[in-house]
Design a protein around this ligand. Structure first.
Ligand SMILES: NC(=O)c1ccc[n+]([C@@H]2O[C@H](COP(=O)([O-])OP(=O)(O)OC[C@H]3O[C@@H](n4cnc5c(N)ncnc54)[C@H](O)[C@@H]3O)[C@@H](O)[C@H]2O)c1
Length: 670
C-alpha cells in the first residue's frame, strides 16, 4: 500500500502498482483558477485518451470518468488522485534515492518548486504567475522522479513540457536532464493555443523558473526590485545625494509587486505603494514587508510630508487607488523622485487593474456582471492615470514602466503616453533605462545557488565566501562596474538579517561572468575541503543572456534583433555541452505565451575536478553569449564588457560592430 511505504520507496515506485484511493482536495489549498473550456467534444475525448496513456488498462474505466470530471470542473486533468502523500519540500540531497548525486540534486529542486510554502497552487503543480507549471499532472511528476532515482551518470532524461519521454544513454559530461516547455511551431503560439494544447495534455507554460525547477521563492524578486530602485535613484540624484526622504511612488502589493516596499526600505527611500485590495495590503503589513498602513488621503499626505522633512526610510501602504495618490500629491505639491506602477496590466479586464472612484467590491461585481462597463471604466482611469503622471514628470519626476504593460494599455486606452515619433513611448521601461544598460550589458544578472545539504550554516558560509570573493574582485574592477559590485556586496552582507529564505537554503545576487565563475570556484573548493556540502548553481532566466523578450529583457536592443530568439537557443545548446547538469528552454514567461523564449541551466557543484572544469567553461559562455549579442547590437556598455572579457580570455574571439556616423546615413535617399 502507498501509505505504508517510506519516502524513498514511494519515489522509486513511480506510478503505484495498486490504484490509490480517490482524494478530496485540501480545503485550505490555494487552487488554480478554472481554465478556459476550449476543447470540442472530440478533443475532450482525446484529452482523456492522452491522460490514460500513463496507466494500465484495468484502471481505465474508473479513471476515464474521473479525468473527464476534472476536465469539466477545472479545465485541465491534474490527476489529483496520484499526488503523493509525503510532504513536498526540498530535503537534504542525501535523503533522495539516487544512483548519482546530480539526479538527487534535480529531485531536490523539483520538490522545492512544489513545496506549498513556495508554490502558488501546489495541488495543480503551479509554482508562480498563475500558470507557471513544473509538470502538467501528477503522473508526470511520479514518472520523472522514478527515472531520476534510476538514472546513472551516463544517461539523460528528456522532458517534453513535463512529460518524461524517457532515459537515453549519453555520457558523464552530458546534462542529466533536458527540459523543453511550450515549444510550439511558431504559427501555433497564440494564447488560445496554450489553452487548447495544455488542455490536451501535450504542452505546458513553464514561466521562467518554474518549469526549470529554479524558482527560489520571493527572494529573487526582492533582489531584482532593490537593484532597480537603487539604480533608478542613481539616475535622478546628483552625486552625494542620498535616497533618504525621497519618494518612490508605485502601486500593487500582490505576488511580485509586494516586494516593492521591502526593496524600497533596503534602498533607503520613502516608498508609497497604493493597493486597492485591503486584504493584500494587510497581508504584506503582517508579513513585515511594508511598515505602515494608511487608508485616508489626508493622513497619507501629512505622513509623507513628515517623512520627507525628516529624511526617513519608511514604506507606507495606502489602501486605495493609485490614481488618487498621483492626483492628490500633485495638488499638495509633494515632489516624487521616482514613479512607477506594478498593477497587473498584463491582465487589464479581469481584475489586474482597478478603476478609480469605484469601490473594490463594486468593481468586482462589474467584472462579473457588466464586463463592458468595467472595461470602459478601466480605460477612463488609465487616461487619468497617464495625465496625472505627465503633470508630475513635467515637474521633474522620473517615471519608468515596470514590465507590467502600463504604457501599452494606457496608450491603447488613448492616454497621452506616446513619444513624438508616434512609435515609442514617452517613458522608458525598467530594462531600457536601468537594468539593461546598468546591469545586463555589463554581464550582471541574477546568479543564484541552493545549499543541497539543507543546512542554514552552509548558506551562512556561502554568503561569507561570496562576499569575500566579490570584495577581492572589486579591488581591481574598473570604475564602470564598481557600483554594481558594491551593491551586491552590501546585499549579501545584509541578506541573512533580511530573512529572505523560503523553502530551500537559497541565495541570489547579481554578478558578472568573472564574479559568477570565481564565486562558483570558491564554493567548489569549500565543498572539496569538506567545509560545506554540495551546492546547486542556477539563475533566473531574467538575465543578460538566455531570454529573448522584445518588451522586457531585450528591450534595450535597438538593431531590430530583439524580435529574434537566437540568443536563447544558443544559450541553452551552448550550456548543455559545456557541463550544465540540466538545461531548459521555454516559450512564454512573465510577459505571455508567444512573447518570449527563455532558457536556463542548473549545475551541481560536488567539489570534484570535473565540476571545476564545467563551471569555468559553462559560466563563461552562459554570460558572454548575451554580452556578445548586446555588443553586436552596438550597446556601448556591452562593447566595453566583451572587450574586457576577450582580454581576460584569449580563446574568446567575438565579432565586434563598426559604428557608422549618423551624417552618412542622413544624407542617403531611399
Ligand atoms: N517586479 C518585477 O520585476 C516585474 C517584472 C516584470 C513584470 N512585472 C509585472 O508586474 C505586475 C504585477 O505582478 P504581481 O505578481 O504583483 O501581480 P498581482 O496581480 O499579484 O498584484 C497586482 C496588485 O495591484 C493591485 N491593483 C490593481 N489596480 C490597482 C489600482 N488602480 N490601484 C492600486 N492597486 C491596484 C491589485 O489589487 C493587486 O493586488 C505584473 O503585470 C507583472 O508581470 C513585475
Amino acid at each position: 500500500m502507498e501509505t505504508a511505504m517510506n519516502f524513498q520507496e514511494q519515489i522509486k515506485q513511480g506510478i503505484p502498482s495498486v490504484l490509490p484511493q480517490a482524494k478530496a482536495y485540501p480545503a485550505d489549498a490555494n487552487r488554480a483558477p478554472k481554465r478556459k473550456d476550449i476543447l470540442s467534444v472530440d478533443e475532450k475525448q482525446l484529452a482523456v485518451r492522452n491522460a490514460l496513456r500513463y496507466f494500465p488498462k484495468e484502471w481505465h474505466q474508473e479513471l476515464a470518468v474521473e479525468f473527464a470530471k476534472e476536465l469539466k470542473d477545472f479545465g485541465r486533468i491534474y490527476m489529483y488522485r496520484f499526488k503523493p502523500s509525503y510532504h513536498m519540500q526540498a530535503r537534504s540531497i542525501s535523503d533522495y534515492p539516487a544512483k548519482c548525486q546530480q539526479a538527487a540534486a534535480i529531485m531536490l529542486m523539483v520538490e522545492n518548486n512544489l513545496d506549498p510554502a513556495v508554490a502558488q497552487h501546489p495541488e495543480e503543480l503551479i509554482t508562480y504567475g498563475g500558470n507557471g507549471a513544473v509538470f502538467q499532472n501528477w503522473a508526470q511528476y511520479l514518472l520523472a522522479m522514478k527515472y531520476l532515482s534510476e538514472m546513472e551518470s551516463d544517461q539523460t532524461l528528456h522532458l517534453y513540457s513535463g512529460h518524461p519521454m524517457g532515459l537515453f544513454p549519453s555520457s558523464e559530461d552530458a546534462p542529466r536532464v533536458v527540459v523543453t516547455n511550450g515549444m510550439m511551431i511558431p504559427n501555433y503560439s497564440q494564447p488560445d493555443d496554450w489553452e487548447k494544447f495544455n488542455a490536451l495534455g501535450v504542452t505546458q507554460y513553464g514561466q521562467m523558473t518554474a518549469g526549470s525547477f529554479m524558482y527560489i521563492g520571493p527572494q529573487g524578486i526582492v533582489h531584482g526590485t532593490t537593484i532597480t530602485v537603487m539604480n533608478a535613484f542613481r539616475k535622478v540624484l546628483s552625486k552625494g545625494e542620498k535616497p533618504q526622504g525621497k519618494i518612490f511612488l508605485t502601486a500593487g502589493l500582490g505576488g511580485m509587486s509586494g516586494a516593492q516596499p521591502k526593496a524600497g526600505n533596503i534602498a533607503n527611500c520613502v516608498t508609497v505603494c497604493a493597493e486597492v485590495n485591503a486584504n493584500a495590503a494587510t497581508k504584506r503589513h503582517q508579513q513585515g514587508w511594508v511598515d505602515e498602513l494608511i487608508d485616508n488621503m489626508d493622513e497619507l499626505v501629512a505622513r509623507v510630508k513628515a517623512a520627507q522633512a525628516n529624511e526617513e526610510v519608511v514604506s507606507i501602504a495606502y489602501i486605495g487607488n493609485i490614481v488618487d495618490v498621483w492626483e492628490s500629491f500633485y495638488e499638495q505639491e509633494i515632489f516624487i523622485h521616482l514613479g512607477s506602477d506594478q498593477t497587473s496590466l498584463h491582465n487589464p479586464w479581469s481584475g489586474g487593474y482597478y478603476p478609480v472612484d469605484i469601490s473594490y467590491e463594486e468593481s468586482n461585481r462589474l467584472i462579473r456582471e457588466e464586463p463592458e462597463v468595467f472595461k470602459t471604466k478601466v480605460q477612463e482611469t488609465l487616461v487619468r492615470h497617464a495625465e496625472a503622471v505627465n503633470k508630475h514628470t513635467a515637474r521633474g519626476t522620473y517615471f519608468f514602466d515596470y514590465g507590467n504593460a502600463f504604457l501599452l494599455e494606457a496608450s491603447r486606452a488613448g492616454g497621452d503616453v506616446m513619444a513624438e515619433n508616434g512609435i515609442d513611448f514617452k517613458y522608458p521601461s525598467y530594462v531600457q533605462d536601468i537594468l539593461g544598460p546598468m546591469c545586463f550589458d555589463y554581464g550582471f544578472g541574477p546568479f543564484r545557488w541552493v545549499c543541497a545539504s539543507g543546512h542554514s550554516e552552509d548558506l551562512d558560509k556561502t554568503d561569507a565566501i561570496a562576499a569575500s570573493v566579490l570584495k577581492k574582485i572589486m579591488a581591481d574592477s574598473p570604475e564602470e562596474i564598481q557600483q554594481q559590485m558594491q551593491d551586491n556586496i552590501t546585499w549579501i552582507e545584509d541578506a541573512k538579517q533580511n530573512k529572505l529564505v523560503v523553502g530551500s537554503q537559497a541565495r541570489i545576487l547579481y554578478a558578472d561572468a568573472q564574479g559568477r565563475m570565481e564565486i562558483a570556484k570558491a564554493f567548489n573548493d569549500a565543498i572539496e575541503s569538506g567545509e560545506i556540502g554540495p551546492v546547486v548553481l542556477g539563475r533566473d532566466h531574467h538575465d543578460v543572456s538566455g531570454t529573448d523578450s522584445p518588451f522586457r529583457e531585450t528591450s534595450n536592443i535597438y538593431d531590430g534583433s530583439r524580435f529574434t530568439a537566437d540568443m536563447a537557443i544558443h544559450n541553452v545548446i551552448g550550456d548543455s555541452f559545456r557541463g550544465a547538469t540540466w538545461v531548459s528552454i521555454h516559450n512564454g514567461g512573465g510577459v505571455g505565451w508567444g512573447e518570449v523564449v527563455n532558457g536556463g541551466f542548473g549545475m551541481l557543484l560536488d567539489g570534484s575536478d570535473a565540476a571545476e572544469r564545467r563551471l569555468k567553461s559553462m559560466l563563461l559562455f552562459d554570460v558572454n553569449n548575451g554580452i556578445a549579442r548586446r555588443s553586436w547590437a552596438r550597446n556601448e556598455e556591452a562593447n566595453f564588457a566583451i572587450k574586457r572579457e576577450m582580454a581576460r580570455t584569449p580563446k574568446l574571439k567575438v565579432t565586434l560592430a563598426n559604428v557608422v556616423e549618423d551624417d552618412i546615413l542622413n544624407k542617403l535617399s531611399f
